[in-house]
Design a protein around this ligand. Structure first.
Ligand code: FNR
Length: 185
């Protein structure tokens, strides 16, 4: 049985560099792994009053989907030196109701992708703060701050920068070893 990895992308933009990066990860998925993009843009802002009878169908579906994964990779832009609200919202939705978080104990990794030179460092680490709390043991090394993203893709949205390709292949190799510490299949 394959190890199922959920890819959560913190940008809803059609031409998102983060989404394109996630798509590249799917191309280079290690053997025995299946990587799947998880949609998060349909989730209303988390409101604790919605638990119970008023629970939006999208919450129930999303929680079930998250429950089905063995591991996660978060690929996020940086918005105003932090993670985009849409990604934080998705983490919040699957962390509730209290005591029934769908994240707990499953390994993860973070990649930040930015058009700027700092590579989304602020978003990367703010995201890690929440992952500590929802108990997603998150790979420490290699860190992935991908900067100058506008220069790395061709017109069709394919990642063509060879250094970045090489880096992400190494990243996935490390992620495979990280996941193997937690997931036995
Ligand atoms: C940005 N951007 C940005 N970039 C960065 O490196 N640090 C930042 O703090 C911000 N802040 C920020 C705020 C908001 C509201 C937007 C819309 C954008 C620029 C960002 O890196 C750029 O838009 C990327 O292209 C976003 O990623 P996607 O959508 O291409 O995946």
């Amino acid at each position: 049985e394959k190890i199922k990895v959920g890819l959560l992308v913190g940008s809803l933009r059609k031409e998102s560099f983060n989404r394109k990066t996630a798509k590249y990860l799917m191309e280079i998925a290690p053997e025995g792994y299946s990587l799947e993009l998880v949609e998060i843009g349909q989730l209303p802002f988390y409101n604790e009053d919605s638990e119970g009878d008023a629970l939006p169908a999208s919450y129930a579906d999303f929680r079930k989907q998250i429950e089905g994964f063995d591991a996660f990779i978060f690929v996020t832009p940086e918005y105003n030196r932090s993670l985009p609200a849409v990604l934080k919202n998705a983490i919040d939705v699957a962390s509730r109701p209290y005591g029934k978080s769908k994240w707990g104990g499953k390994p993860g990794a973070v990649i930040s992708v930015s058009i700027g030179a700092i590579g989304g460092f602020g978003a990367n680490h703010h995201l890690r703060q929440s992952l500590v709390f929802v108990d997603v043991p998150t790979m420490a090394q290699p860190e992935a701050y991908i900067g100058n993203a506008a220069k790395l893709f061709d017109e069709q949205g394919k990642l063509i920068n060879e250094d970045t390709q090489k880096f992400l292949k190494g990243f996935m190799g490390a992620f495979e070893k990280w996941v193997a510490r937690f997931v036995k299949k």
